[in-house]
Write a protein that binds this ligand. Structure first.
Ligand code: ADP
Length: 249
């Protein structure tokens, strides 16, 4: 991927914790409307890179650009407003609101972030319609009236996804979206992410290599804070250095 084609780029990204370089000089280019995976053995620096990209951490060195704009000094809320939104934190869902109300709140938040749609009665009808659309899109129709707390695990993650999609961001970042899920939920969320990525960009940290093989267009392999390999899944998975890095943990 050339920097010109990239929607999200990092150059020389470095993060030190007490002198230890958890991430060391990472260059990354995420192409628009692709699914880009960050993989690597435990401790490779994936979560740190993820937190740097979403600005939950500030880099010790290096630069991050989004659509050519330098966002290195931005706060998380600023990057979210620009359209770079992270998902899959269970805490983002209100447990004692229904599925429908959770999605309505998220749609209101979108209005708060930018455009002001939802004022008149007709606008509220549109908000309700949109909420039902999103609920259907993530397969939660039957659960709309249920409190979020009562959802089975996989469905709760689907709800998080719906609340993220309510913000309609061009770039979504997922931290282990399939963690703790059974095969059926993995299949459903994979289908959903594939659909989302038709006109959006997805960056995901993922441990499940079958999911990566199945879903991701581009894979960046990290090991010890540095990029070890880069390319499509077949290319990186046949790289002896990648095999060695995984074997060594
Ligand atoms: P991964 O997500 O690939 O498992 P992480 O990004 O979580 O890797 O961690 C990379 C390295 O940085 C690990 O050695 C980890 O112990 C260290 N690390 C991560 N966060 C912190 C922190 N807040 N303070 C100190 N060390 C950290």
């Amino acid at each position: 991927v050339s920097p010109q084609e990239a929607i999200l780029s990092a150059r020389g990204l470095t993060k030190e914790f007490f002198g230890f370089k958890a991430v060391n000089g990472v260059d990354l280019d995420v192409r628009e409307n692709t699914i880009h995976a960050l993989i690597g053995p435990n401790g490779a620096g994936k979560t740190t890179v993820f937190n740097l990209l979403t600005k939950f951490l500030s880099p010790t060195e290096g630069k991050i650009t989004f659509r050519g704009k330098d966002i290195t000094g931005f706060k998380p809320a600023d990057v979210a407003r620009l359209g770079l939104v992270r998902s899959f934190q269970i805490s983002a869902v209100f447990p004692h609101l229904t599925v429908l109300d959770n999605v309505r709140v998220a749609l209101q938040r979108k209005a708060h972030l930018g455009t002001q749609f939802w004022r008149s009665n007709s606008a509220l009808d549109r908000l309700n319609d949109r909420a039902h659309e999103l609920i259907a899109a993530v397969g939660l129709d039957e659960y709309a009236a249920l409190d979020a707390a009562e959802l089975p695990y996989g469905r709760k993650r689907a709800l998080e996804l719906a609340t993220t999609l309510a913000l309609d961001p061009p770039v979504l970042l997922f931290d282990e979206p399939m963690a703790g899920m059974g095969a059926e939920d993995i299949g459903r969320i994979s289908d959903l992410i594939r659909r989302i990525a038709k006109d959006r960009t997805v960056v995901m940290v993922e441990h499940n290599l079958n999911v990566v093989a199945d879903l991701c267009d581009h894979v960046t392999v990290l090991a010890r804070g540095e990029i070890l390999a880069e390319g499509d899944y077949d290319t990186v998975s046949s790289d002896p250095r990648v095999r060695e890095a995984y074997m060594g943990t």
